[in-house]
Design a protein around this ligand. Structure first.
Ligand code: NAD
Length: 254
């Protein structure tokens, strides 16, 4: 039998590790029920068992780029908690390669998760929030979506499009009570950063970020949590750079 949770319910895609996991933990500390979606089933199961709050956390194995899996995930969330109050489109992949060496398959792989995934989850979970007349969506973009640079033809384009998608949804869902915003993180020490930030990129970031360091996953989660909370009740269609001043400094990406 479906039960309607009295707590707010937050869905975080790519929640098995990194920034997504920190966002899930923020929601747990603020008394939400949390749904972590991830394509990496074994990692997700391990993460959820380490969190150890089975009444408050639901793990959903889901590839966000697959419409059928996203629809099934939405059904699972409703069956378990009966409502959705927040969606964070955090699942993402990065391929850093010179433009002319980037294959169509690599381009499609990045677009599938970073863009199709955010679209599909916003459609499925946005409809549930719209039917309740309230909710918040936060998209995790990147400073690579604010500035063009080398190596990021697929990644940067996907994040720039995600920023525009944020505004499109904000314009239409605002009048049914659902706010849609984005954050654009600067570099954050995660598995993704280990994969794509070369020694040269790292050292350039330290030089060009006014605060002189990488951000932490918690620093991203704090801003996402704020955007989902009532404290941000008149914030809609915005992108907030959480980047130690990198965007303000106006320098080029390494
Ligand atoms: P990460 O690789 O550590 O975590 C990403 C998570 O997404 C993983 O658990 C992965 O399994 C999951 N995932 C990937 N494809 C998926 C799919 N198709 N369906 C479901 N889950 C999927 O990365 P992170 O650094 O924590 O990045 C999180 C988000 O923040 C991404 O959107 C990324 O682009 C963005 N971001 C990261 C940085 C950084 O420096 N780390 C900077 C700017 C933006």
């Amino acid at each position: 039998m479906r039960t309607q949770s009295t707590s707010r319910v937050a869905v975080v895609t790519g929640g098995a590790r990194g920034i997504g996991l920190a966002i899930g933990e923020w929601f747990l500390r603020h008394d939400y029920k949390v749904v972590l979606l991830d394509i990496e089933s074994a990692l997700l199961d391990r993460t959820v068992s380490e969190i150890g709050r089975p009444d408050d956390v639901l793990a959903v194995h889901c590839d966000v780029s697959d419409p059928a899996q996203v629809d099934r995930a939405a059904e699972q969330v409703i069956a378990r908690f009966g409502r959705v109050d927040a969606l964070v489109n955090n699942a993402g992949v990065a391929i850093f390669k010179p433009t002319l060496e980037t294959s169509f398959a690599e381009w499609r792989a990045v677009m599938a998760t970073n863009l199709d995934g955010a679209f599909l989850c916003s459609q499925a979970f946005g409809a549930l929030m719209a039917s309740n007349g309230s909710g918040a969506i936060v998209n995790i973009a990147s400073i690579s979506g604010l500035r063009a640079s080398t190596l990021r033809i697929a990644y940067g384009t996907s994040k720039a499009a995600l920023i525009h998608m944020t505004k499109q949804y904000a314009v239409e869902l605002g009048n049914v009570g659902v706010r849609v915003n984005a954050i654009a993180p600067g570099p954050v020490e995660t598995e993704m950063a280990k994969l794509v930030h070369s020694v040269a990129i790292r050292s350039d970031y330290y030089d060009t970020i006014p605060l002189g360091r990488y951000g932490s996953t918690e620093e991203m989660a704090n801003v996402v949590g704020f955007l989902c909370s009532d404290a941000a009740s008149f914030v809609n269609g915005q992108v907030i750079a959480v980047d130690g001043g990198f965007d303000a400094a106006g320098v080029g990406l390494p």
